[in-house]
Ligand binder design. Structure first.
Ligand SMILES: Nc1ncnc2c1ncn2[C@@H]1O[C@H](COP(=O)(O)OP(=O)(O)OP(=O)(O)O)[C@@H](O)[C@H]1O
Ligand SMILES: [Mg+2]
Length: 260
């Protein structure tokens, strides 16, 4: 499948994964496109995080394949996922709170002068360019990131993902536990990523936000992908019905009696 004449940058084919006798994913197939925000939605336990962990090489699928720009993998490792441009920003953000923005962006990949001295000035300049390009406003690059707001830290984690070569940015609940203003900043950053041609996979329970941001809604239930819809062609009621398996519009009593 193509959208806007573009081939998918990432394809999942029939990905399955069990934990003991729990089938966390059951033959999930999905396509991810550059310049598009794909929202992965579903109730607790639907399989969203498991799918993301397979994409980022944390878990190996029991069956199925992943193709990244045409290169097919049975199993990704975290290193291979990253080399292929998939970077995942988890909720804990994995920032080092005691260090500043520049150190976090360059963590483990510092520029060095004469192969030895850390080239702080160059790293600062590059961090500033990166943040400007992504329209991320961080008041000081020199304060410990632990003192920044949740929205600023999230933005910084995304900037680092891009600095590491991320082209497909996977975000697991980026605005959970954030206030309205911070969430809006993160949402603006996500639209900006789309405009700059990145592919974004967004896991979120916040449906109004998902409707405001996503181009496509991929809805999971009990480990299966039950729908893949352009956002404009659906509505909140239909999405909730697909997520829960409960048909919209029926009174609660009827749903309980029907047992579905
Ligand atoms: N490491 C694991 N060991 C055993 N079972 C697991 C493991 N990880 C996930 N599961 C199970 O697999 C299913 C899918 O879990 P997953 O975390 O992918 O759901 P989710 O959609 O991310 O849910 P949430 O919205 O609560 O984050 C659940 O039944 C969960 O209990
Ligand atoms: Mg999860």
């Amino acid at each position: 499948m193509k959208t806007n004449g573009q081939a998918a940058v990432l394809n999942l084919f029939n990905i399955s994964k069990s934990f003991g006798n729990i089938q966390a994913l059951d033959r999930v197939s999905l396509e991810v496109f550059s310049g598009q925000v794909l929202a992965l939605v579903g109730d607790n336990g639907a399989g969203k995080s498991t799918l993301i962990k397979i994409l980022s090489g944390v878990y190996a699928a029991d069956a199925g394949e992943i193709s990244i720009r045409g290169q097919v993998f049975k199993h990704l490792t975290p290193a291979r996922a990253m080399q292929s441009g998939i970077t995942t920003v988890y909720q804990d953000l994995s920032l080092v709170n005691g260090r500043d923005a520049v150190s976090n962006v360059f963590l483990g990949k510092e520029h060095r002068k004469a192969g030895y001295f850390v080239d702080r000035r160059r790293m600062e300049r590059e961090t500033r360019h990166l943040l400007d390009r992504l329209h991320i406003n961080i008041p000081s690059l020199k304060v410990p990131v632990g003192s920044l707001s949740g929205g600023q830290r999230q933005a910084l984690a995304v900037a680092r993902a891009i600095h590491q070569g991320g082209k497909i940015i996977v975000l697991d609940e980026p605005t959970a536990a954030m206030g309205i203003k911070e969430s809006q900043q993160v949402m603006a950053l996500i639209s900006n990523l789309r405009e700059q041609g990145y592919a974004v996979v967004l896991v979120s329970h916040h449906l109004p936000q998902v409707f405001a941001l996503a181009d496509r809604l991929c809805i999971m239930r009990h480990g299966s992908l039950v729908a893949d819809l352009p956002t404009g062609s659906t509505n909140l009621e239909e999405v909730v019905a697909l997520m829960t398996g409960i048909k919209a519009g029926l009174p609660t009593e009827v749903r309980k009696v029907a047992g579905n």
